[in-house]
Write a protein that binds this ligand. Structure first.
Ligand code: THU
Length: 150
């Protein structure tokens, strides 16, 4: 799976976006370390708050199927599904990536003409708050470890 092919998969995922409110259609394609691809699209809601981004749809689909090791994600988006430039992941999606992905996890942002911009997660989310940071506190970390081993 080349980055270009992953971006193409994100373009296809975008077609299924449910975005009747904003009109912004977004698609994502997540590459697991085992070589599988999970696609996602944004899914909006009349109450706005429950809306979900394409990236998180793809990541949650993968995690719910037992996948936890990821190499890269491709993201494309644009008004009415017309991609005119990169569509960078929102802050919440960056934080969800931080939970499961290492600093060298790649984000390919498609420009809509077959080209893409490639950034690492530690460029997209510098000083990110991680599970590692959380576990540093002996009190909090201790509890989390106990729960994990039960
Ligand atoms: N959106 C995504 O799917 N991913 C992002 O990273 C940014 C925003 C969606 C949410 C909403 O449905 C639409 O784009 C406009 O914000």
């Amino acid at each position: 799976m080349t980055p270009k092919e992953l971006v193409q998969q994100a373009m296809e995922a975008m077609q299924l976006a449910y975005a009747p409110y904003s009109g912004y259609k977004v698609g994502a394609a997540l590459l697991t370390s085992s070589g599988r691809v999970y696609r996602g699209c944004n899914i909006e809601n009349a109450a706005f708050g429950p809306s979900n981004c394409a990236e998180r749809t793809a990541i949650f689909k993968a995690v719910s199927e037992g996948e936890r090791a990821f190499d890269a994600i491709a993201v494309v988006g644009g008004k009415d599904g017309v991609v005119t430039g990169v569509f960078p992941p929102c802050g919440v999606c960056r934080q969800v990536m931080q939970e499961f992905c290492g600093p060298d996890f790649r984000i390919y942002m498609g420009r809509g003409d077959g080209s893409f911009e490639s950034v690492r997660l530690d460029e997209l989310l510098p000083y990110g708050f991680s599970a590692e940071q959380y576990m540093k506190d002996p009190a909090v970390g201790g509890t989390a470890e106990k729960e994990e081993s039960q």
